[in-house]
Design a protein around this ligand. Structure first.
Ligand SMILES: NC(=O)c1ccc[n+]([C@@H]2O[C@H](COP(=O)([O-])OP(=O)(O)OC[C@H]3O[C@@H](n4cnc5c(N)ncnc54)[C@H](OP(=O)(O)O)[C@@H]3O)[C@@H](O)[C@H]2O)c1
Length: 179
């Protein structure tokens, strides 16, 4: 189920392109419906997210903070994801997919390849079970999930860090995250 800010009617073509199992809905409906909800809005829109409907849900936070795009936001020293999680009380926030470009996520998954040969994706959360479920999803779509620690630890793969945007295997990514 897909949603955006302008409403489901504006997603008709996208849904048609993706196939019969896909539906469009409001952000509230999508949040309520999903087991794993991917939140991928510009960081500065965090306050618009359907907080009520996301309670108890695993929320995959892909957002990156770019002040030029998002405006000046005081994160209070928190990582971007810990800040996001503070605004989604009760949600099981997992940081993932922020460090890979959308087109690469579509094209580089290799489910047939051995884990050590795949592109690695860093994952972080304060909720161990939620993190494990997202790592399972990442493996299923052909990437190698790498445990990047807690939401605070996700600072190590935010914009401007060496792993951000880098095409690495799991061993290389682990090395960078621990250096
Ligand atoms: N693009 C990438 O390759 C990439 C990779 C990794 C991480 N990210 C991060 O992912 C986030 C999204 O990036 P993007 O490139 O996909 O941005 P984008 O092209 O601007 O798309 C943002 C999407 O969020 C929707 N949206 C905005 N506010 C919303 C709200 N309040 N409720 C529901 N939907 C809302 C927009 O809907 P409308 O169009 O209807 O407004 C649009 O579909 C950013 O934080 C970015 O840094 C992007």
């Amino acid at each position: 189920m897909l949603s955006n800010s302008r409403g489901p009617a504006t997603l008709t073509q996208t849904v048609a392109d993706l196939g019969p199992s896909v539906r469009a809905a409001t952000a509230q409906e999508a949040a309520q419906w999903g087991e794993l909800v991917v939140e991928t809005v510009p960081f500065g829109r965090y306050a618009d997210l359907p907080e009520q409907e996301l309670q108890g849900k695993i929320v995959i936070d892909t957002a990156n903070f770019y002040p030029g795009r998002d405006g000046q936001i005081d994160l209070g020293g928190l990582s971007e994801s810990a800040f996001m999680a503070r605004h989604l009380p009760g949600a099981r926030v997992v940081k993932a997919f922020n460090a890979i470009a959308a087109a690469q996520l579509r094209d580089q998954g290799r489910p047939e390849a051995a884990l050590e040969e795949r592109r690695a994706i860093p994952v972080a959360s304060d909720d161990a079970d939620a993190k494990a479920q997202v790592m399972e999803l990442i493996e299923a779509i052909g990437f190698a999930p790498v445990d990047g620690g807690t939401l605070e630890d996700s600072k190590r793969f935010q914009p401007g860090t060496p792993p951000y945007g880098a095409d690495l295997n799991a061993q290389q990514l682990r090395q960078l995250l621990s250096s």
